[in-house]
Design a protein around this ligand. Sequence first.
Ligand code: KG4
Ligand code: ZN
Length: 342
Amino acid sequence: MKVLGIETSCDETGVAVYDTDAGLRAHALYSQIALHAEYGGVVPELASRDHVRKLLPLVRQTLAEAGLSTSDLDGVAYTAGPGLVGALLVGAGVARSMAWALDVPAVAVHHMEGHLLAPLLEDDPVRGRPEPPFVALLVSGGHTQLVHVETIGQYRLLGETLDDAAGEAFDKTAKLMGLPYPGGPQLAALAEQGNPGVFRFARPMTDRPGLDFSFSGLKTQVLLAWQNSDRADQTRADIARGFEDAVVETLAIKCERALDAAGCDTLVVAGGVGANKRLRARLEETARKRGGRVSFPRPQFCTDNGAMIAFAGALRLQAGQHEDASVKVTPRWDMASLAPVG
Ligand code: KG4
Ligand code: ZN
């Protein structure tokens, strides 16, 4: 089954074709970073308009790279939420129209389920694909969640952030130290030049039981440290390192607790912050110590992309799931309300 996947929930236009026999056939991504950079954040109306401009050319490009034509497609998958309503409507409109014209089924995909399944998208030649039950750490710009995955499609929330998401904390912290938008990856790169331990920030909410997170106080601690410093380049890098270590350590502590609570030893990590090198290394170390395993998508598929949507949609289409032809999006959507796959 060949499925076209379309992602337009925020500031990335992503398109891919996933083949249930042959795996990922092609994928393409257009990032709107340059468009939003001068505003210091995503401007929803500009995002929608740019998806309108970029989506169809990307669909053509992806099909050409896969060596397929539209008539080869067996289904279409698109992100229906959570996300920016106008941006989502562009993808949903195109996906539904294509499915209607080609007379194939279309399926609405939950963006966070896309992220969650991304570590299963490509085969691991040594260990095989991770199989449920497992714990998923979802760390993106809008979400920080620990989820117990009993079977694919059945998601029980174990903990989440009470304020800022981990990616949001990276972005806001980067901004207050004068780094350009989007700050997360820039802050992580800067932290590579920083010395550990020069600045030590709190590991929020790790001193009491529970699986929830809170990252907004960390940003204030960084602001104070930055304002009271000499603001030299090395100081900025040292603060970045202190901040990154605090976030990574906090996430790792809660992941261990979540694995204990769920009684399993397999962790999958997804979402933009999953691209963070230090987080990956720290969680690998935890897995080694526990004798368990941790799986990440390749860094490119941690951040938003069409491949994860094509893959998640293909699993649901293969199980016979799809909706009627109406163009409907769900900007706020609880993952626990999804149907199990199969
Ligand atoms: O999953 P994603 O692409 O979009 C959402 O669905 O939100 O995640 C984007 C987030 C941003 O906050 C970005 O700063 C963060 O992921 N991010 C990183 C890194 N790469 C992306 N944060 C820390 N280290 C990175 N290497
Ligand atoms: Zn995302």
